[in-house]
Design a protein around this ligand. Sequence first.
Ligand SMILES: Nc1ncnc2c1ncn2[C@@H]1O[C@H](COP(=O)(O)OP(=O)(O)O)[C@@H](O)[C@H]1O
Ligand SMILES: [Mg+2]
Length: 431
Amino acid sequence: MITFDQINYILSDIFTRYQSLVTALGTVLINRDLNGRVRLILSATVEANTELTDQLQSLLEDVNEQLAPHAWPASRLVLFEDDLEAIKQGSPAFALPDYPNVFVVDRLATETDWQTIEAESATPRVVFFSIKGGVGRSSALAATAWSLAQSGKRVLVLDLDLESPGLSTAILPEEKQPKYGITDWLVEDLVDNGDNVMQDMIASSDLSHDGEILVVPAHGTNPGEYISKLGRVWMPKLQADGSRESWSQRLQRLILQLENKYQPDIVLIDSRAGIDEVASSCITDLGARLILLFAIDGSQTWSGYNILFKHWQRAGVIQKIRERLQIVSGLTPDTDTAHYLEQLRENAWNIFTDTQYDAITAGEIIGDRWNFEESDDTAPHSPWAVHWHRSFTGLQSLHGRLFEIDTKQVDMIFGQVINGIADLSEQDLRD
Ligand SMILES: Nc1ncnc2c1ncn2[C@@H]1O[C@H](COP(=O)(O)OP(=O)(O)O)[C@@H](O)[C@H]1O
Ligand SMILES: [Mg+2]
């Protein structure tokens, strides 16, 4: 019995048996469609070469036989196309290990691609991410925004946790919530109507007197047909010239527009939680300079991060984003704290070592390879702690809480995160 996970291994095996043919085919795309069924896409020049197409027949039969039900029938298993590069660019694609000319192209219900990862934006952006909800992520973001604004910064806050929004109510009082939110923009943009909601999707918070907190919520005062809209937000946009723009590129465009218009010193993004393609792209595709990975020590957290890191490893993007990652210990217990953090650091180090760190002596930097010792406080696996504090449990209104809080208490609970992010925006000023 064959399941999805075996597709690449079986194809590798078959290709090894047809090594010279596979080399002669030039670029080979393994197209895994929405149903997880495989088709090969080859250059149109192959189709014109009868010698190659003859040899190809037996390979196609082998693929069909060994991959069923995850392959198309042999007679329809191959497509010939003129522009393989364009197909590769349009979807997440990664090279099959040991085959530099063979690429796996994934068609997912939520279309994204890996092309936007490198672009780091001029304004520092920080993504707050977690595998699960309820780890104190939005509260930490709100406290950070408050603290940075207190020190005179203009902070732009985006609630991208569209499936589970809540950040804006923490920072804005009810009467200040704007009419629209990010969801409205993503839906209106599909019909070129984004500019019309842009004006009314942002509000200034009353929490800070020195700097400014600008908030773009997930939805407006009246969420409207929120679930119907949510079903459309992760759509790619078909441009007039026939090209496609993935949702993460659309979102990039929105954030850039907001940055240009409001000129924030820093942008804080509350990401979608979980380990699906959309959550993964929130981390990799938004040009963030720093990605905070909230963790509560436990097997659910680590198995989740392991899945995510392995996904980036397979896609060959881990080297591009590992320098931006930072583990944060959420809701750190107030008893036995040092031991808890040590344990969390050890567990984080284990999966970073498995999936991200290179096999070189720790601390040494050779070219662009890197590694960190378990005890290295500056390492991305070494947690910044957000402390659990009774005054933040089960809050009716975080906005009310932040309204009355003092700097000392915020620093005590959220200090490591706030300082880490403040350093980032200082660095930017010095550049
Ligand atoms: N530092 C903290 N100490 C104690 N409770 C907290 C803290 N931060 C958040 N909480 C509480 O934990 C719950 C989840 O917080 P929230 O910030 O919404 O988490 P997330 O965004 O990860 O879902 C809320 O009830 C909140 O009041
Ligand atoms: Mg949240």
